[in-house]
Ligand binder design. Structure first.
Ligand code: FUB
Length: 320
């Protein structure tokens, strides 16, 4: 029984983006380094340098490490911290999206392209023009139009872009103001650039009122994921300092999304970060905790479990 057990045990891994490509399940996680670092709110302890990809045909067997697909030394614009990635197979190519700090210390989002999930990958020489912050999630809709959702506050810098330019003094708004929103942009057909200025993904409460910054159990923090179930878009994310995975739904990819509930209650460790995927007719939640390191924040391990929907489309809350 592999559910809720560390899936990758020969190295630390986090931020699992699980995607089906050519009928097989691939996991694109971050690779946590086994180094000693003090934790802080800026996330300096997450000093990752490369990515591996994993194949998991059989959910009762550990995934197979297909090897390193990208290292920061091969991406000219990157200075450090290769954080949570995602990937999609589209028109015969795999597009791998990853955030990292540029040479000025700002998080940007890059793309690397391959013919197969295991690579070889060719990174673009520059990040996506006008990209910022972290945690890209690429969603390809039924009409083959793709959207990139992204963002994360605090160490992920999204709250420093409120004015449209980077403000090093920026932060979360006062508690009674609207929360900082995750961003979404339609991608060009070549999947390498935004086709539009990124828009806010607004999450509203049951009365249709946007969530406030002080609503820490519900407001967006980081780790966006978009999937579609029964013609409804599900926008799910981490609430960061309240450590939950939560979700909201909409009939429009751009939102507004209506708050629904909790997918996963807090795990061992500060962060969790997830993806949701349908594979061979079942739905799965991939996430991480710190079981292998007994709770060291930056030494995480990927896990998965079965996800259940009720007949009304709501998700059954999971407890780790
Ligand atoms: O793994 C580094 C960062 O930690 C990710 O980008 C966030 O989502 C959080 O999991």
């Amino acid at each position: 029984m592999l559910e809720k057990k560390p899936l990758i045990t020969h190295m630390y891994s986090a931020d699992p983006s699980a995607n089906v490509m050519n009928g097989k399940l691939y996991i694109f996680p971050s690779h946590d380094l086994d180094v000693e670092m003090e934790s802080n709110d800026n996330g300096d302890q997450y000093c990752m340098e490369d990515y591996h990809v994993y194949e998991m045909d059989d959910m009762s067997q550990p995934p197979k490490d297909l090897g390193q697909i990208l290292h920061m030394k091969n991406v000219p614009w990157v200075s450090q911290q290769m954080w949570a990635p995602d990937a999609v197979l589209k028109n015969g190519k795999v597009y791998f999206y990853f955030p990292a700090r540029d040479k000025d210390g700002l998080f940007r989002i890059g793309v690397a392209v391959a013919d197969k999930p295991e690579g070889p990958y060719t990174p673009q020489k520059q990040p996506i023009k006008d990209s910022f912050s972290i945690d890209p999630c690429i969603f390809n809709d039924d009409d083959n139009v793709s959207y990139l959702a992204f963002g994360g506050i605090w160490g992920g810098q999204l709250d420093k872009w409120k004015t449209g330019t980077f403000d090093p003094q920026g932060g979360e708004p006062p508690d009674d103001q609207n929360a900082v929103c995750c961003k979404i942009a339609r991608m060009q057909d070549d999947m390498l650039e935004f086709a539009e200025k990124p828009r806010d993904i607004v999450v509203v409460d049951e009365k249709g009122v946007p969530l406030k910054a002080g609503d820490r159990n519900r407001r967006f923090f980081e780790g966006p994921w978009i999937h579609k179930y029964n013609d409804t878009y599900y926008f799910s994310y981490s609430t960061g300092d309240t450590h939950q995975l939560v979700y909201a739904t909409s009939k429009n990819i751009y939102g507004p999304y209506t708050w629904q509930g909790v997918i996963l209650t807090p795990v061992l460790g500060w962060t969790t970060h997830h993806s949701i995927v349908e594979y061979k007719g079942k739905w799965y939640l991939f996430y991480h905790d710190c079981e292998m390191s007994k709770g060291i924040n930056h030494k995480r391990n990927v896990k998965f479990c079965t996800l259940e929907y009720r007949p009304d489309g709501s998700i059954v809350t999971l407890n780790p």
